[in-house]
Design a binder for this molecule. Structure first.
Ligand code: O2Y
Ligand code: MN
Length: 607
């Protein structure tokens, strides 16, 4: 391979000696290489073509390998306290010894692929390099979609460029003379390891070939490792979509476009919001990214964001022409589907794609499936992997090396009770409080019980590479640095339910109405009332034109449920206690103020 990068060459030699592959392949990122890998995977039965969609393939994983595995995700810091109580800690020296044992000979009979990749637009001062070693061709083709990768990245790294070494194996060596299984992995949970060494920094992942566990640029690098780097270097690595919002009469990308970064826990409709098709005439939304934002203060003093990724790894179930027409257009071609069902006429299907399921399918495990058979056809965490460039509403500035200026930051969660449709924070510090106390019902994207309320500060609980209390402090520090140029902070809840258990807000394209209200706030309009929990929409301030939703429902959506908030304060107090002694005093003061707000007879007043 054409590189003079001595540290990289030495690392690859060391890893190859450890893993004993039968061949080494340096990925150049070319189309020829991509097509060859796809053809090899078709031949081995790992993927099947999806004839209804050009250049598309479907892949079925092993049933034990279907999601991120938080129970086997480790942060290894010298001092256990630095990982914090929300991360699973292991001693770095002991863990490295364990991993070296696991990786010994693990690639026997397989090819070791070296993937040089770049998180962020090549040439951007905010971009970072990584190199993933893997024995999975599925990982190589997915990384080609999700990142910038190949020969041009290697060239850009030069002879000495910094990179994060990302070591991955499916953890299932091929015995001599044995033919491969279509989805090799370690089938026992205890044999899987997703390990981060933020102080190196480096990543080691063993035993899983799936998504966030194996595409190491994504959650492992761009969030867990990057959040640690960002804290040390004074920037932010966030679990946030980035969208550009343009009002009627203005051109998208003009000075009237406002960029918004928004954090939601997994499977809360984040991809839908990132590609929102507005129901209000004249408004446009453009997508810069659907999952991760890296943000830092630009030379102009404003917060700028890039999407470090180049593709979508979106949840398929629930994605439909109604919920996300732009995602449906994105995946019409050039897409890798994982754990979806396939149709007899050569297409894919998942729950929620159409109102009625097709009469006959092959399910995500390759078994015949009929409606009413009692099993889902697609796995609830089935995914599509597609390039951002295929999205019909991609923002042309997604490749801008300077990133886009952020006007507003939005947090959200799936909160059936208590939390109103939208809140604007009183200040940056109060916005940090809103982010720190965010929570959501759990979903199928994580292994564990679903439908349970889980605190998920900043939607970063599974992704923060250090102590959560220190992370809060870092956010407060960023606010001090940004001063008057800090973006305004909001909290949204699309999922509030009425007494009958039905969602009060229609969501999807109608969410533009809430974004419009935020823009009015940014423009300084008097459209809010002040309450102890923040600024809420004044009666009639959310545009309901063309929407069949009466004012009484709107009032319920924006009501301050005083008993609910008193319970919430107790829960937040418990959350903060679990992070002591590292909860910043400023947040404790804000909690005390909130409690005081519900101790008296505080009434809403005009903001
Ligand atoms: O289960 C996985 O491996 C994927 S999880 C995921 C994928 C894309 C975007 N976000 C997430 C997430 O869990 O936040
Ligand atoms: Mn995510």
């Amino acid at each position: 391979m054409a590189t003079q990068h001595a540290r990289l060459l030495a690392w690859v030699d060391d890893m190859a000696a450890l893993c004993a592959p039968s061949a080494i392949h340096w990925c150049d990122g070319s189309d020829r290489e991509y097509q060859g890998l796809l053809a090899g995977m078709v031949a081995s039965g790992t993927i099947v073509p999806v004839p209804a969609r050009p250049e598309s393939f479907a892949c079925r994983t092993h049933p034990s390998d279907v999601a991120r595995i938080e129970d086997r995700t480790f942060i290894c810091t010298t001092d256990r306290a630095d990982a914090g109580p929300t991360n699973k800690w292991a001693d770095p020296i002991e863990m490295k010894a364990t991993l070296r044992g696991r990786f010994t000979g693990c690639m026997a009979g397989r090819t070791l692929y070296v993937i040089p990749f770049c998180m962020g637009p090549l040439g951007s001062p905010m971009a970072r390099f990584g190199v993933e070693i893997t024995d999975s061709p599925y990982v190589v083709v997915s990384m080609r979609i999700m990142t910038r990768m190949g020969a041009n990245v290697l060239a850009a790294m030069g002879a000495d460029g910094a990179f994060v070494p990302c070591m991955h194996s499916v953890g299932a060596p091929l015995a001599p003379g044995r033919s491969d299984v279509s989805w090799p992995c370690a089938t026992e949970l205890a044999d899987k390891y997703i390990v981060h060494f933020p102080e190196d920094p480096s990543i080691w992942s063993f035993g899983s070939g799936y998504g966030g566990n194996a595409l190491l640029g994504k959650k492992c690098f761009a969030l867990r490792i990057a959040s640690h780097l960002a804290r040390d270097e004074g920037w932010m690595a966030e679990h946030m979509l980035i969208l550009g919002l343009t009002p009627p009469g203005a051109a998208p990308g003009s000075s009237h476009t406002r960029y918004v970064a928004a954090a939601f826990p997994s499977a809360c409709g984040k991809t839908n919001l990132a590609m929102l098709q507005p129901s209000l005439p004249g408004w446009t939304v453009r997508c810069v990214g659907d999952d991760i934002a890296w943000m830092r203060t630009d030379s102009d003093g404003w917060l700028h964001a890039i999407n470090p990724e180049a593709g979508f790894f979106g949840v398929a179930p629930g994605t439909s022409q109604e919920s996300n027409p732009n995602a449906m257009a994105t995946i019409r071609r050039g897409t890798i589907f994982t754990n979806v069902a396939t149709t007899p006429d050569g297409d894919v299907w998942w729950e929620g794609m159409t109102a009625e399921p097709p009469p006959q399918l092959t399910d995500w495990q390759g078994r015949p499936w009929q409606p009413g058979c009692g099993r889902p056809a697609a796995h609830p965490n089935a995914r599509f992997t597609a390039p951002l460039s295929q999205c019909p509403v991609v923002d042309p500035r997604f490749v801008d090396p300077k990133g886009v200026p952020i006007s507003a930051i939005v947090f959200g969660g799936r909160r059936p009770r208590t939390v109103p449709l939208v809140i604007e924070a009183h200040s940056w510090a109060h916005g940090v409080f809103l982010g720190a106390t965010a929570g959501s019902e759990t979903t199928a994207a994580t292994i564990g019980q679903s439908g349970v309320l889980r605190r998920d500060p900043f939607a970063m609980l599974p992704f923060c590479g250090y102590h959560m209390g220190d992370y809060f402090a870092h956010w407060l520090e960023m606010g001090r640095r940004l001063g008057a140029k800090a973006p305004r902070i909001f909290f949204v809840n699309w999922f509030r339910k009425g007494a009958d258990g039905r969602y009060l807000w229609p969501g999807f394209g109608e969410n533009i109405r809430v974004l419009k209200w935020m823009c009015e706030r940014l423009d300084g309009h008097e459209v809010a009332v002040d309450t102890p929990i923040g600024h809420l929409p004044r009666s009639g301030a959310i545009d309901r034109s063309g929407l069949d939703l009466d004012e009484a429902v709107m009032a319920e959506l924006c009501a301050v449920d005083r008993d609910g908030w008193r319970r919430e304060i107790t829960l937040i107090t418990e959350e903060f206690a679990s992070l002591e002694p590292r909860v910043p005093a400023e947040l404790r003061t804000l909690l005390a103020e909130l409690a005081r707000g519900f101790g008296g007879t505080s009434q809403g007043r005009q903001a």
